[in-house]
Design a protein around this ligand. Structure first.
Ligand code: GLN
Length: 483
């Protein structure tokens, strides 16, 4: 039963093939056997899961028909869960229990889904390999010596190794799409403002967005039906109607125009390019038309991001001072000692690096040269996409420059680590929605293809993704369970 999609699980539960409790037990058992090796979960909420699963069985028996009622889910450990630890992958929040749940978490509760646990991540979602977690790296089930991608690596691996049928992730510069690509899962980063950020612990507030990581595009649509929508508690969430994301999945793609940005292929390894070209031909067979496009300012995305994201993070992370919550340094001499030692002992090296870059680019004398300049270029990047979407329906390219790299390979070299996101970061700077779906293998390692759509066109992305998954089996491939 663990291999079923959400839709199949929903049907099976309705047909009483098995109970919510049996289903939940099956995933908990898989977590017990696989998690000690893969380290995808920071917390497993076993008792709570069993309790809510039994309650879901009672509700179903009484005739409640919510489609996801009694189906398990796992949340990235940066979404606040009332009564359950939220660590953000950091020592500084190792004992933090949020007094309220994120809106996203609440919505899944209201949909009747069962929380299995909180998944591992790079500290405060800063990273591309999951090696920045205080709780240790996550392993890629396709190759235990390789990274699963980050920062939502725990969620992606939990789905890939069938420890959960679906999970949430967050994406500030690629953290849903990049791990999805490296683990053969489907990951959707929604339009900025489409999903509430209330209770999502902030990294870079103008870029962060939560979204689904699933086995199929159809499953992502089902989760989006729950996640998306206005929230008065998040002033950046947008008050426009939410479509039924499953409605357009089967729409024909004949005549649709796919834009191919030349810049995404310029330095792409030939083996990667081959995979992406195969995807393009599959769409052409379905009747889509291909067009080359220019995104002239997108090459500045990584440097622009590494000014703006650290600037926002330095401000957002100022609250961790040992006074209100989380880790507190022992026996401080005075208030200054409390602040500095709490932060020195509580944050890991990558977070410290970002805070230092952030405070630097925001300091007087440098603000105009770095922060303001970066904001201006960000605007140009946004305009590039707007221009492109005047003539194309979707933009397609690789999600990552390479398949999963080896643990330890890039951790000493931040620039090469930052370049893991060269194809994903522009999307966050522009606030656009994008999806990564399985696109085949290079050797034994999966690769992903990324599609980007105009604002609030998640339904179009899901339509394209679903159509590809109707004619290919990549997304059905599962890693072997070796130790
Ligand atoms: N890898 C990027 C970073 O380190 C993006 C992370 C993310 O999307 N949360 O900031």
């Amino acid at each position: 039963m663990r291999d079923k999609t959400l839709l199949e699980l929903s049907r099976a539960l309705a047909a009483k093939e098995f109970s919510c409790l049996e289903l939940t037990q099956a995933y908990l058992k898989q977590i017990e056997t696989r998690n000690p090796i893969l380290n995808a979960f920071i917390s497993v909420t076993k008792e709570l899961a069993l309790e809510t699963a039994s309650a879901a069985d009672t509700r179903r028996a009484k005739g409640e028909a919510l489609p996801l009622l009694g189906i398990p889910i796992s949340h990235k450990d940066i979404l606040c869960t009332q009564g359950v630890k939220t660590t953000c992958g950091s020592k500084i929040l190792h004992n933090f229990i949020a007094p309220y749940s994120a809106t996203v978490v609440k919505r899944f509760e209201q949909a009747g889904m069962i929380l299995l646990g909180k998944t591992n991540l790079d500290e405060f979602a800063m990273g591309s390999s999951n090696e920045n977690s205080f709780y240790g790296p996550v392993k890629n089930p396709w190759d235990m010596e390789r990274v699963p991608g980050g920062s939502s690596g725990g969620s992606a691996v939990a789905v890939a190794a069938r420890m959960t049928p679906a999970a949430t992730g967050t994406d500030t510069g690629g953290s849903i799409r990049q791990p999805a690509a490296l683990t053969n899962t489907t990951g959707l980063k929604p339009t900025y403002g489409r999903v509430s950020r209330f209770g999502l612990v902030a990294f870079a507030s103008s870029l962060d967005q939560a979204g689904p990581i699933t086995a199929t595009a159809e499953d992502a649509a089902l989760l989006m039906n729950v996640m998306a929508g206005f929230d008065e508690k998040d002033s950046t969430s947008v008050d426009i109607p939410v479509p039924d994301y499953t409605q357009d999945l089967s729409k024909a793609l004949k005549g649709k125009v796919i834009g191919i940005p030349k810049i995404f292929f310029k330095d792409l390894e030939p083996t990667m390019a081959l995979r992406i070209e195969a995807v393009i031909s599959a769409y052409q067979k379905m009747g889509a038309v291909v067009k080359d496009i220019d995104l002239p300012n997108v090459s500045f995305s990584v440097p622009v991001y590494y000014v703006i994201a650290p600037a926002e993070c330095s401000s957002n992370l100022a609250r961790y001072d040992g006074v209100r919550f989380g880790y507190r340094a022992k026996a401080p001499k005075d208030l200054y000692d409390l602040y500095t030692r709490t932060r020195a002992e509580g944050f890991g090296p990558e977070v410290k690096r970002r805070i230092m870059i952030g405070t630097y680019v925001l300091s007087s004398g440098y603000y105009d040269a770095y922060y303001l300049k970066a904001q201006k270029v960000r605007q140009l990047i946004r305009q590039d996409f707007q221009k492109a979407f005047e003539t194309v329906d979707i933009i397609l390219g690789p999600t990552t420059p390479t398949p999963a790299f080896k643990l330890g390979d890039k951790i000493q070299d931040p620039i090469s680590m930052y370049l893991s996101d060269i194809y994903t970061i522009a999307v966050n700077l522009a606030g656009l929605p994008a999806i990564s779906i399985p696109a085949g293998f290079i050797g034994h390692l999966p690769v992903g293809v990324q599609m980007i759509a105009n604002y609030f066109k998640e339904d179009r992305l899901l339509n394209f993704a679903h159509q590809y998954q109707q004619v290919t089996d990549w997304h059905k491939k599962r890693p072997k369970e070796t130790s």
